[in-house]
Design a protein around this ligand. Structure first.
Ligand SMILES: *Cc1c(COP(=O)(O)O)cnc(C)c1O
Length: 361
C-alpha cells in the first residue's frame, strides 16, 4: 500500500526545543489509516495534525478497546537520525492487537509509516543529547455502537512529540512505594500488553504514592502480593551479589524492549544476568544487608531510572545509600551511546533513517 502525503500548507517552524513538558508539544503532521470490517486496513496517509472526530458511542470511549506503543527517534552525534529496535515495538503492537481483538497491521507498512512521518517532521527532532522525538503509535475501536463486542471499525494513528532530556537535574534516584492494596495486572489479564485500560486502572495507586511523597509505585503480583513485578510503567532490575536479576515474564509483566536490551547487554558486558521470581522480602532484606547494591527501572522514556529508597509495610529502606550506582550509570551510558550513534552498534538494534521518498523511486 502506498502512503499518501498531504503536507501543511505552510511550513511550521519548530519552537525552541528546550524545556519541553513531556507529551504536550506535537509536530505538524500525523499518520492515520482506517479499518472497516469489509475493507480491512486502507487509506494510509500523512496529514496535517488535527483533531479526530468520534461518534459518542465509539467503542474506545466506553470499553477501552485501545492499544499503544512508545519509542523514540534520536538525533545522533554524527547528524544521523536513529530509531531503536522499532520492529520490536511493531511486533508488540500486534501482540497487543491480538489480545484486544484488534485487527493487526502489516509490520512493513507500519515501519514505513513511522519512517515517512518522522522524515517529514525531521526538523522537529531536538539535537541536544538526551532529547529525542517521542513516537506514539496507537489503534482504537471507533465504531459507534453500544454493546460489548469488538469494534468493526478502527483507526491507526501515529503522533510525534519532541521531548527534552529526561534527566535535566542529573541522574537522580527515585523513591518507590510498595503497594499491597492495589494490583496493576493479574494472570490471564492484559498486563503483558500495552492496553490503555491498564494505565487508567493504575492511576489511583500512583496518586496515593505521590500524596505520601514517593515518585512511583512498586507493583507486586496479584495472587500472593509477594513477588515484585514492575515499578510505575517500567520494568525493574536488581543487582544482588554480582548478579543482575529481573522478574521473569509471568504473563502479568510487560515485556519491555529496554528490559530485553539490558539482559542482552549484561551478557555482552560479562555480567551474570537472570530472570527469576524475586520476593519483596528478599529485596528489603538485601537492601538492609547490602547484598542488594542497586535497583533501577527501565523503559523507553527514562532508559534507566535508579531507585534510591523503598517503602514497604511501614518501613523505609535505602539502596546504595540512596545514590545512583555504577551499574545503572554504565547501562545508561551504553544504551544512550548506541541510540545517539556514539558507540558502534554490534547488536544491530538501531535503524538509521533515510529519505523514504528517494528510496521508493
Ligand atoms: C512500556 C512499558 C514498559 C517499558 O517498555 P519499553 O519497551 O522498555 O519502553 C514497562 N512496563 C510497562 C507497564 C509499560 O507500559
Amino acid at each position: 500500500m502506498e502512503i499518501e502525503v498531504h503536507l501543511c500548507a505552510d511550513k511550521v517552524k519548530p519552537p525552541a526545543l528546550d524545556k519541553l513538558a513531556f507529551g504536550k508539544v506535537f509536530t505538524p503532521h500525523m499518520f492515520i489509516m482506517d479499518y472497516e470490517a469489509n475493507r480491512g486496513w486502507h487509506s494510509p496517509r500523512v496529514i496535517p495534525f488535527r483533531k479526530i472526530e468520534l461518534h459518542p458511542a465509539a467503542i474506545v470511549l466506553h470499553y477501552s478497546q485501545t492499544i499503544f506503543e512508545g519509542l523514540k527517534a534520536y538525533h545522533g552525534v554524527d547528524g544521523k537520525i536513529r530509531l531503536f529496535r522499532p520492529w520490536d515495538n511493531i511486533a508488540r503492537l500486534n501482540r497487543s492487537a491480538e489480545r484486544l481483538c484488534i485487527p493487526k497491521v502489516d509490520p512493513d507498512l507500519a515501519l514505513k509509516a513511522l519512517k515517512t512521518l518522522i522524515w517529514i517532521d525531521r526538523d522537529w527532532i531536538p539535537k541536544e543529547k538526551g532529547s529525542a522525538l517521542y513516537i506514539r503509535p496507537f489503534i482504537f475501536g471507533s465504531e459507534g455502537a453500544l454493546g460489548v463486542k469488538p469494534s468493526s471499525e478502527y483507526l491507526f494513528v501515529i503522533i510525534l512529540c519532541p521531548v527534552s532530556a529526561y534527566y535535566e537535574e542529573g541522574f537522580n534516584p527515585i523513591s518507590i512505594y510498595v503497594t499491597d492494596r492495589y494490583v496493576r495486572a493479574f494472570p490471564g489479564g492484559t498486563g503483558d500488553v500495552k492496553a490503555g485500560g491498564n494505565y487508567a486502572a493504575s492511576l489511583k495507586a500512583q496518586e496515593e504514592a505521590k500524596t505520601l511523597g514517593y515518585t512511583q509505585i512498586l507493583w507486586l503480583d496479584a495472587v500472593e502480593r509477594k513477588y515484585v513485578e514492575e515499578v510505575g510503567t517500567m520494568n525493574i532490575f536488581f543487582y544482588i551479589e554480582d548478579k543482575l536479576v529481573t522478574p521473569e515474564l509471568t504473563g502479568s509483566i510487560l515485556p519491555g524492549i529496554t528490559r530485553d536490551s539490558l539482559l542482552k547487554l549484561a551478557t555482552h558486558l560479562g555480567l551474570k544476568a537472570m530472570e527469576r521470581r524475586i520476593s519483596i522480602d528478599e529485596v528489603i532484606e538485601g537492601a538492609k544487608s547490602g547484598a542488594l547494591s542497586e535497583c533501577f527501572g527501565t523503559g523507553t522514556a527514562a532508559v534507566i531510572s535508579p531507585v534510591g529508597k523503598i517503602y514497604y509495610k511501614g518501613e523505609e529502606v535505602l539502596i546504595n545509600n540512596g545514590e545512583t550506582g555504577p551499574l545503572a550509570k554504565r547501562f545508561f551510558d551504553y544504551l544512550t551511546g548506541l541510540q545517539y550513534g556514539e558507540i558502534d552498534d554490534e547488536f544491530q538494534w538501531t535503524v538509521v533513517l533515510e529519505d523514504p521518498f528517494r528510496q521508493s523511486q
